[in-house]
Design a binder for this molecule. Structure first.
Ligand code: GSH
Length: 198
């Protein structure tokens, strides 16, 4: 099985963490630049986006949460929905809103320049990032040990990505509970190996 990914994408990180937590240790990782129309990526995924997963029998799966869905049906244990399924799904939705808004801000800068951040749409995206993180902070998932659920995975991926892309942002709120969760999960191999890096 092969995962096409890059080192920065929060979507690819979700898929990578999920695969590792499910025990797919024989996974081959192929690093590609989705913005450079890498032929390997284009051939597998018409949208030329990461993550793209190619299974051993040739099934091509795209979209981070569809990959998680496939994993849940393919290998139910350990479950990534945990014991609080409803809460895990609700939190994952909030975290994906943060991730989408952060990625969209980076894409906005590609279309215009850094002034995108202060445009009406850019400010709307920033609001989504801040409000989403505050909501996750108010309802931070409890984690003690073992396989984290999708709510915890996506919350930490969102936090790490925002910190990575917007270091020292003055608009970043204090998030002590999320920071604690991130610190608890940071040493796990799946999180450690996939930390975003330029
Ligand atoms: N909804 C998709 C989003 C994937 C996505 O947008 N990946 C970005 C990297 S962060 C990408 O490959 N972008 C290239 C492009 O948009 O052309 C998912 O959940 O996997």
């Amino acid at each position: 099985m092969k995962l096409l990914l890059n080192t920065t994408s929060p979507y690819a990180r979700i898929a990578r963490i999920a695969l590792e937590e499910k025990g797919f240790t024989d996974l081959a990782t192929e690093f590609v630049d989705p913005w450079a129309d890498d032929p390997r990526l284009l051939e597998a995924n018409t949208a030329a986006r990461v993550p793209t997963l190619v299974t051993d029998d040739g099934l091509v799966l795209t979209e981070s949460l569809l990959i998680v869905l496939w994993l849940e049906s393919e290998r139910p244990a350990p479950s990534l929905l945990g014991v609080q399924r409803r809460a895990a799904l609700a939190r994952a939705g909030v975290a994906m809103g943060v991730i989408d808004a952060a990625v969209h801000t980076l894409i906005g800068r590609k279309i215009t320049d850094a002034s995108f951040d202060d445009s009406p749409v850019g400010l709307r995206r920033r609001r989504s990032i801040v409000q989403g993180l505050l909501r996750l902070e108010a309802d931070a998932p409890a984690y003690a040990s073992g396989t984290p659920d999708l709510g915890a995975i996506t919350a930490v991926v969102a936090l790490d990505y925002v910190r990575f892309r917007f270091p020292q942002a003055a608009w970043m709120p204090a998030l002590p509970r999320l920071e604690r969760l991130a610190a608890l999960l940071a040493p796990r191999a799946s999180f450690e190996r996939s930390r975003p890096r330029a």
